[in-house]
Design a protein around this ligand. Structure first.
Ligand code: NAD
Length: 297
């Protein structure tokens, strides 16, 4: 049993903290939103009045925050945790942020003797609730091994991608590929539909052919083809277009920094940004299916 400080209790962080309690850990939480704190209290967490209070006297600090600026300010800001944490604490940041910021936070904490790993996740809100997330870690092997004590109660797979920042790189590579597959699957289904094919039949054919992929087989973007996926629920309750758009922006930033060629990633970034600007940012990312709908001649 460990003492854990958990900061950021949104769609992902809330259920993750609840699973730590179920795993037998003592969890002290903080979020800016009162409603998130109340839900965590109901799940058995103790509520702190600031991030610093949540991080006091704990073995692990876990953050699950929206983006770079939030992570940087919680750790390195004027009142940041860096000024408070003892060197015995292991910091685990599960937010999806740039590898650059992860390295900056990790190196600045390391200069004060505090260990840090980046541990972004895959598996969405469903995986956070079920405790089946995949953690994609960056940091030294000893720190990642130490983190397994708590990560195993929130996820099923724990990978070490490499040194600090490597978890974030692997995460955006995965999401860039996912977006390309989602757009391609949507286009293929819409083309078939435009020619009078039944999307269920077409999906089955492609699933058993060389076009088979995760977005077609288990997360089909066409409403009515599958039960229990966002497309059959008005594109609610999945991974937001705005979050995919953010991750694709991080992928493009990483591509520019390294000179990697990512033409498909660049295209899907623009498609998701445009789809968001048309008012679909709060829908699941499979709603891009409607963006590539055929115009009837
Ligand atoms: P969210 O917006 O639901 O939750 C973020 C929480 O952080 C909010 O409750 C907010 O009040 C809190 N917060 C912001 N600044 C804070 C601060 N300074 N101190 C304390 N609390 C603060 O976001 P989410 O969907 O939980 O996503 C969190 C991270 O996980 C993001 O980086 C996202 O890209 C990543 N992620 C999300 C999913 C998904 O399906 N939602 C999947 C994988 C990864």
């Amino acid at each position: 049993m460990a003492n854990v400080g958990f900061i950021g209790l949104g769609n992902m962080g809330g259920p993750m903290a609840a699973n730590l309690v179920k795993g037998g850990h003592q969890v002290k939480v903080f979020d800016l939103a009162e409603v998130a704190l109340q839900a965590a209290k109901d799940a058995g967490c103790s509520v702190a009045s600031s991030a610093n209070e949540a991080a006091q006297g704990v073995d692990f600090v876990i953050t699950m925050l929206p983006a770079d600026k939030h992570v940087e300010s919680v750790y390195l800001g004027d009142k940041g945790l860096i000024h408070e944490l003892p060197s015995s604490t292991l910091v685990i940041d599960c937010s999806t942020i740039s590898a650059e910021t992860a390295r900056k936070v990790g190196q600045t904490l390391a200069a004060e003797g505090i260990s840090f790993i980046d541990a972004p996740v895959s598996g969405g809100v469903g995986g956070a609730k079920a405790g089946t997330l995949t953690f994609i870690c960056g940091g030294d092997t000893a720190a990642v091994d130490r983190a397994r004590d708590v990560l195993q109660h929130m996820g099923k797979n724990i990978f070490r991608a490499g040194d600090t920042g490597a978890g974030q790189v692997a995460k955006i590579c995965n999401n860039m590929l996912l977006s390309v597959l989602m757009v391609g699957t949507s286009e293929a289904l819409q083309l078939g539909i435009a020619h009078g094919l039944d999307p269920k039949v077409l999906s089955e054919i492609m699933s058993k052919s060389s076009g088979s992929n995760w977005t077609l087989d288990v997360y089909n973007p066409c409403p009515g083809v599958m039960d229990n996926v966002p497309s059959s629920n008005g594109y609610q309750g999945g991974f937001l277009v705005d979050l995919m758009s953010k991750d694709l922006g991080l992928a493009q930033q990483a591509a520019l920094a390294s000179g990697a060629a990512t033409p498909m990633g660049g295209l899907t970034h623009n498609l998701y940004r445009s789809w968001s600007q048309l008012g679909h940012g709060r829908e699941d990312f499979s709603s891009i299916f409607n963006f590539v709908k055929a115009n009837k001649k």
